[in-house]
Design a protein around this ligand. Structure first.
Ligand code: FES
Ligand SMILES: [Fe+2]
Length: 453
């Protein structure tokens, strides 16, 4: 727990009602200060390990003005460098027009300005007319700047702070909670990105609570009421659903519909989700849900419906060489539906698929952000589809996500209203938002949630 949290007096677990000033969302000074105080200090999810499968494969990742090259230097080694030539500062690898990032395979990196050349270890191997520098060009002066890099969960993480602590320390309880889901084995089904007219926090916070579901996504009300919870874990939070007594397993993402006939409501919810969100489920789960009415008698208790559905979908997948990890039901319940990794990454996990969101500033403008969503699942070995980040206009996203998007710019506009008194997140269902701001305040020195009473 950091100093700011204590100052805020909101309680370690943030169970008291709080208000968050609008500054963190709309202030230009705050957005500028984020660069040094936040983005240059935290571990950031910068890509997937499988995006650089072979030695020499690289991707770039940009955070505000800083660009980083991430390259595989050996079958078991990944390195990251500042994407800038030490000679006169040309960006070493350009991002193709319209692309989210650069990617490719190289044995060496050659600067397009004067030809300085760097090997995969970041060492300068060629300087034209090097003697002109009279011996002053030491390896320290010519090598690429190193960036800390590590992996967890199948993702590549970077940290721009030369004095940063280990990723494992930063992630705290997250690996212990999510490792049983074997997220590193999942592969992209699709991935899209977009620039929104809102602060990056507005975009992320639209997905870190379930309080909005009944109003923003009214179609889901037909499948039963799901009350969501949120818990703090230091820097990070997780959210999930409450389950009726003796149905703890139904807190997870793979849960059944709570209508009168759970066989039917589960199938309806699965089909609706597949067709309108294309997230949080797989074709195997949808097909197994559709069969529930034929495979189980009317009146089958909800818990049995859930168990049968998951068992038959698991068996179907095993037939095609897709093996879900076995996770203890109590652990599944505790892990909930999604984890918010401070500051800007959300993992919505399950045993056979996941949905992840991230958001970061677009330039230094507090009113714009780059938003990304990716759906992953387990595929038979060698059958994962080839995907890339597709820039996608709002109308071409799945309809359920369009419903979320409709709030983004409107929230940003609303918070600038001179009469806006600050947000008042639900202390139970939207605690992840209060926690984000409590932790942000620890880095930023301002913006801590204040008690509402
Ligand atoms: S700026 Fe790169 S070689 Fe001159
Ligand atoms: Fe939503």
């Amino acid at each position: 727990m950091n100093e700011m949290s204590k100052v805020a007096g909101a309680g370690e677990e943030l169970i008291e009602p709080v208000t968050v000033p609008a500054e963190a969302y709309i202030s230009q000074d705050y957005a500028r200060a984020e660069r040094e105080r936040l983005w240059h200090k935290v571990w950031l999810q910068a890509g997937r390990v499988e995006e650089i499968p072979e030695v020499g494969n690289f991707i770039t990742y940009d955070i505000m003005e800083t660009s980083v090259i991430i390259v595989r230097t050996a079958p078991d080694a990944i390195r990251a460098y500042h994407n800038v030539c030490p000679h006169r500062g040309r960006r070493l690898i350009d991002t193709p027009a319209g692309a989210r990032n650069a990617r490719g395979k190289k044995t060496s990196f050659i600067c397009g300005f004067h030809g300085w050349t760097f090997d995969r270890e970041g060492q300068c191997t060629f300087v034209n007319h090097q003697d002109d520098w009279q011996g002053a060009l030491t390896p320290e002066r010519t090598s690429l700047g190193k960036v800390s890099v590590d992996t967890w969960g199948g993702w590549i993480w970077i940290n721009l702070d030369p004095d940063c602590g280990p990723l494992a320390d930063y992630l705290g309880p997250v690996p212990e909670m999510l490792d049983p889901f074997e997220l590193q084995n999942m592969r992209y089904r699709w991935r899209k990105w977009i620039v929104f007219e809102c602060n990056w926090k507005v975009a992320l916070e639209a997905f870190s609570e379930t309080y909005h579901v009944q109003t923003t996504h009214p179609e889901f009300n037909a499948f039963g009421e799901f009350r969501g919870w949120a818990r703090r874990h230091g820097l990070h939070t997780n959210i999930g659903y409450e389950a009726p007594k003796n149905m703890d397993e139904n807190q997870a993402k793979l849960r059944i519909g709570s209508g009168e006939d759970p066989r039917l409501s589960t199938a309806e919810m699965q089909v609706y989700t597949w067709e309108n969100a294309n997230t949080n489920t797989t074709m195997t789960l949808v097909n197994a849900a559709k069969r529930l009415k034929d495979e189980l008698p009317e009146g089958t208790p909800a818990m049995e419906v859930l168990q049968h559905w998951l068992k038959s979908a698991r068996a179907d997948d095993e037939q095609r060489g897709v093996f879900w990890p076995v996770v203890d039901p109590a652990h599944t319940a505790k892990s909930g539906t999604a984890w918010q990794i401070f500051p800007n990454f959300q993992i919505g996990h399950a045993v056979n698929n996941m949905l992840c969101y991230s958001a970061r500033p677009y330039g230094g403008d507090p009113d714009k952000c780059i938003f990304e969503a990716a759906v992953y699942e387990l595929f038979p070995k060698g059958e994962a589809p080839e995907t890339d980040w597709e820039y996608t206009d709002p109308q071409n996203w799945p309809p359920v996500l369009q419903q979320d998007f409709a709030n983004m710019a409107a929230v940003q506009q609303g918070m600038k209203n001179v009469g806006f008194r600050g947000t008042q997140p639900n202390p139970y269902m939207e605690r992840a938002i209060a926690s984000l701001h409590q932790n942000l305040a620890g880095y930023m020195g301002t913006g801590a949630p204040q008690p509402l009473k």
